[in-house]
Design a protein around this ligand. Sequence first.
Ligand SMILES: NC(=O)c1ccc[n+]([C@@H]2O[C@H](COP(=O)([O-])OP(=O)(O)OC[C@H]3O[C@@H](n4cnc5c(N)ncnc54)[C@H](OP(=O)(O)O)[C@@H]3O)[C@@H](O)[C@H]2O)c1
Length: 272
Amino acid sequence: MYAARMTEEIWQRLLALRRDPSATSQSPDNAEAAWRLYAPIALRDRPLVLAQVGQSLDGRVATPTGDAQDVSGCDGIAHLHRCRALVDAVVVGVGTVVADDPSLSVRAVPGPNPVRVVIDCNGRIPPNAKMLRDGGAPVLIVQADDAPEPPPESEVVRLPRRGGGLHPRDILDELAARGLTGILVEGGAKTIARFIDADLVDRLHVSIAPIIIGSGPMGTTLAPVDRLSEARRPKVNVYDIGTDFVFDCDFRSVRRRVSSAESENILMSDTA
Ligand SMILES: NC(=O)c1ccc[n+]([C@@H]2O[C@H](COP(=O)([O-])OP(=O)(O)OC[C@H]3O[C@@H](n4cnc5c(N)ncnc54)[C@H](OP(=O)(O)O)[C@@H]3O)[C@@H](O)[C@H]2O)c1
């Protein structure tokens, strides 16, 4: 386990790296752990899909009544906001917008706000959602081409349905065409599961707070495997970030080939 402590100097160097990949990618003195955790997100030498989930020790993201406020400690929240600041776009499913009405902005650290992307296949985003009215970073709503009319004045991307939903690959292609190649998939569980099951996540950050909720929704539930030998075993580094612990899973080390039949199955049923 690495102790990743952030300082203003390290953070400014990471933001510089995000702006300009030719800026030094050498870690500043005594910053190796923080650099190892964040530099792969800041460095724009190739597209990146990072998924992050903030959960309890027992893998839950909320109570059974839906109280999801402050599962993560203050350093876990700062970690999430750093991840937002280092990417081009943050992606959530419409379930998260309905449940939490988030703003998805960068507030806990200084840094730029990413474009906000809501996957709303069936056009059910509330027209009074905070992010549609707060005048912050642009919001892009991704809908199926047969979805009802989106809220007025929203920017909408319409994609064909494939199987029971939208293929995460189509969504990433659409974002890349807009120059958005550093992507944070922030949740909820159903949305993250679709990206992981489609084998499109490069890194998964599981940020664990030392709290046991006992029951309630899980952070990730993927398509089932029969045998443990089929389970994903990514290369993992663990970081002590203060109040929470981040498991940084490198999925590039365990790329699976998803067959087209498997890919359609991903879209036919939610695994979370
Ligand atoms: N702790 C954390 O890190 C964290 C982060 C974010 C959210 N959350 C929590 O997660 C909960 C919500 O999560 P959730 O899993 O229920 O919902 P969700 O993932 O936020 O949204 C799922 C919905 O988004 C749409 N969607 C997503 N991907 C799609 C695709 N590829 N194709 C078609 N539709 C797609 C579908 O909408 P339709 O149903 O309309 O088809 C789907 O039901 C909230 O309670 C929130 O507090 C926790």
